[in-house]
Design a binder for this molecule. Structure first.
Ligand code: NDP
Ligand code: MG
Length: 319
């Protein structure tokens, strides 16, 4: 496999065995690489990782002597983890990897001198990184280098990306660009933007007296069908597939929903990401025991849209 030689003969360690961790570890293991998963003592994932054939050790042991270490624990736990278990065990010339630039970009982790620091950020959720790989394809990855002690850190990053993503594609970026665009995309469009849009559409129909089940199909379920077309063929081909009625409605109504005001708000959101305010608020939330997030989770799990949704999914996906 292209450029995989920059990982061959090296001891690779993946810290964490969650969404991304299991995917990186298993994909590289399947390619014959020497992979150890680092987990905390008593970890609930220990047995699961061992049963899938990878070596498992405590984080400190797994980092000691490793040539390439990819940190795939949650972002908010990484600074403490780096200080307590990783830093002192990193050997001179080791390559330390991240899948998101957050901690390096916002200086929550200041990597020690004498090591290399890189990023491989798969453009997809962890379970897709694994599932698509198992089908013989891969997800594209962003790569970046922050510290290049050895002079070949980009090559190691490329090899890691090519390994977990089966050579599908690499886009070179920086820790700053990846962090800021990733946070913006998930907040303004992919997660925050899309869920509120679906919710508002659903609420509008239900409040006007329409059947919630019909509203759910129109405003939530069909989102995937349209997005799949955009994903596979682009906007123009998607508009080719929908009716002329739908296409006309798209042109005249879209700009009433996403107004100049919305675009201004998007600029403010981006500003808060660039000046670090969003990161500070998120860190304060984690230090506060996720109080706000737990309240929001409870609110959504009790909501009408979720109740209707689980009924509709049972119907659509029944075996
Ligand atoms: P997960 O929340 O899935 O990570 C869980 C794993 O981390 C578990 O193995 C868990 O251990 C371990 N872990 C949790 N807390 C600690 C701790 N305090 N000390 C040691 N180990 C701990 O993480 P993700 O896969 O979602 O994210 C990992 C990285 O990948 C992040 O930088 C994220 O931004 C990035 N990323 C994630 C994407 C995704 O799809 N989720 C997409 C692209 C990038 P245990 O098993 O013992 O509980
Ligand atoms: Mg992202």
């Amino acid at each position: 496999m292209k450029e995989l030689k920059f990982l061959e003969g090296k001891k690779l360690t993946v810290v964490g065995y969650g969404s991304q961790g299991h995917a990186h570890a298993l994909n590289l293991h399947d390619l014959g690489m020497d992979v150890t998963v680092g987990l905390r003592k008593g970890s609930k994932s220990w047995e699961k990782a061992e049963n899938s054939g990878v070596k498992v050790a405590t984080i400190g042991e797994a980092v000691k002597g490793a040539d390439v270490i990819m940190i795939l624990a949650p972002d908010e736990s990484q600074p403490e983890l780096y200080k307590s278990e990783i830093e002192e065990n990193l050997k001179e010339g080791a390559y330390l990897g991240f899948a998101h630039g957050f901690n390096i970009h916002y200086e929550r982790i200041i990597p020690k001198k004498g090591i290399n620091v890189f990023m491989v950020a798969p453009k997809g959720p962890g379970h897709m990184v694994r599932e698509i790989f198992e089908k013989g394809h891969g997800v594209p990855c962003l790569t970046a280098v922050y510290q290049d002690q050895s002079g070949d850190t980009q090559k190691v990053a490329n090899a890691w990306a090519n390994g977990i993503g089966r050579n599908v594609g690499i886009i070179k970026t920086t820790f700053k660009e990846e962090t800021e665009t990733d946070l913006f995309g998930e907040q303004a469009v992919l997660c925050g933007g899309v869920t509120e849009l679906m919710q508002a559409g659903f609420d509008t129909l239900v409040e006007a007296g329409y059947n919630p089940e019909v509203a759910y199909f129109e405003c939530v379920h069909e989102m995937k069908l349209i997005i799949d077309m955009v994903y596979e063929k682009g906007f123009a081909k998607m508009r080719d597939s929908i009716s002329n009625t739908a296409e006309y409605g798209d042109y005249v109504t879209g700009k009433k929903i996403i107004t100049e005001k919305t675009r201004e708000v998007m600029k403010d959101i981006l500003g808060d990401i660039q000046n670090g305010q969003f990161a500070n608020k998120f860190i304060a939330e984690t230090e506060n025991g996720y109080k706000f997030m737990n309240e929001e989770r409870a609110k959504y799990s009790d909501s009408k849209i979720e109740a209707v949704g689980s009924k509709m999914r049972a119907m659509v996906f029944k075996k």
